[in-house]
Write a protein that binds this ligand. Structure first.
Ligand SMILES: *Cc1c(COP(=O)(O)O)cnc(C)c1O
Length: 354
């Protein structure tokens, strides 16, 4: 364990900042100048460094590439009108990174290492944090096995990397989704609650099929009966029925989203009833037919809140009411934006200055 953390920093001699066009930021395609890299070997994290963003070389026998010991996180930093930068709930992301690490037999990341690496990286690349409305610095921490060994067993060595991407306003085109009743993203007892790379690779084929039918995303259902909602694409799903905020309860097959948790907290702060329980496709379709399904939306770091406009179920498309400015999802989205840009008091202590 590292008590006092010195991070060797090699600054770039060729900053790409001058090429940055904050008006034209495509999600995940523009990378800031530096990255944080630390290696795990002989049972400890060592050689924490900040380096110019660049390629990493691995053995052809790299065990992450063969057997999938690879996990990641997604989080954001925001700049307020005074130019101050804060992270949104970074300790929640660290806790989840470590939950994923445990599930995948990977080493835990000490808080000091993560927070120091993250803050020093963001301070160095502070000019990359955009400040136009709705923009943010997307942060991608990830860890992968680095043993060059093709036996199936947990690797002895790992690399933890953090890099960042300035991202613009996420345009929330209302989503067309359909219930998936054949393929599964994740099953009880599996690793769906972990943010491990393999979950996403396996979800691409069923998602591609739905996209070829004109949908943007799937609503994943439970692996045993295909009756209950799990998640929507790579977001958690939240519904408003009769004024109550309803979302699938967490389980080993559902990812514990920080946005989900934050939106549910806001609902509770506003005195709304929040139910975390099983939600079936039949219940939702019935509520929609009765005019009681007021809202359906996905929640996640990239989009914050993505309203669902159409739900396909057993071959039929059903339209949902369009969100209004006083809809819960619109108010929650505005409230989170105000907290993140420090325009409103941060009563839950979610923001951490870097
Ligand atoms: C990351 C992720 C989410 C959303 O989590 P946030 O912490 O809100 O970004 C939801 N579902 C899946 C499968 C995810 O990978």
């Amino acid at each position: 364990m590292l008590d006092t953390l010195t991070i060797r920093t090699q600054q770039t001699t060729a900053s790409r900042l001058t090429h940055l066009d904050p008006e034209r930021l495509e999600f995940g395609k523009t990378f800031s100048d530096h990255m944080f890299v630390v290696d795990y070997r002989d049972g400890e994290w060592q050689d924490a460094q900040i380096l110019p963003y660049g390629d990493i070389s691995v053995s052809p026998a790299n065990s992450a590439l063969h057997y999938g010991q690879a996990i990641f996180e997604g989080m954001k930093a925001y700049k307020n009108s005074n130019g101050e930068i804060s992270l949104f709930r970074p300790y929640d992301n660290l806790r989840r990174l470590n939950a994923s690490a445990e599930r995948m037999c990977m080493p835990l990341v000490p808080e000091e290492l993560f927070m120091q690496g993250l803050s020093q990286l963001i301070r160095l690349d502070s000019a990359w944090v955009p400040d136009s409305p709705g923009s943010a610095l997307y942060i991608r921490p990830y860890m992968f096995a680095t043993d060059g060994f093709i036996g199936v067993r947990p690797s002895d060595t790992y690399k933890l990397v953090i890099f960042t991407c300035p991202v613009g306003l996420y345009y929330n085109k209302p989503l067309r989704v359909r219930f998936e009743e054949r393929y599964v993203r994740s099953a009880e007892g599996g690793a769906g609650y972990a943010k491990n790379a393999g979950n996403y690779g396996a979800a691409m084929y069923p998602t591609k099929l739905a996209q070829s039918e004109g949908y943007n995303q799937l609503i994943w259902t439970d692996a045993s009966e295909h009756r209950y909602v799990e998640e929507s694409g790579t977001m958690n799903a939240i519904f408003v029925i009769d004024g109550k905020v309803i979302t699938p309860a967490l389980s080993t097959s559902i990812l514990d989203g920080v946005t989900r948790r934050s939106v549910l907290q806001l609902a509770r702060d506003w005195g709304m009833t929040v139910e975390e329980r099983k939600v079936s496709a039949v219940e939702l379709m019935q509520a929609l037919a009765d005019g009681r399904l007021e809202e359906a939306f996905g929640v996640g770091t990239a989009a914050t809140i993505a309203p669902i406009a159409v739900i396909g179920y057993q071959g039929h498309d059903h339209e949902l009411p369009a969100p209004k400015p006083d809809s819960f999802s619109s108010r929650a989205s505005a409230a989170l934006h105000a907290i993140r840009t420090r325009q409103t008091p941060d009563t839950h202590g979610w923001m951490v200055a870097v």
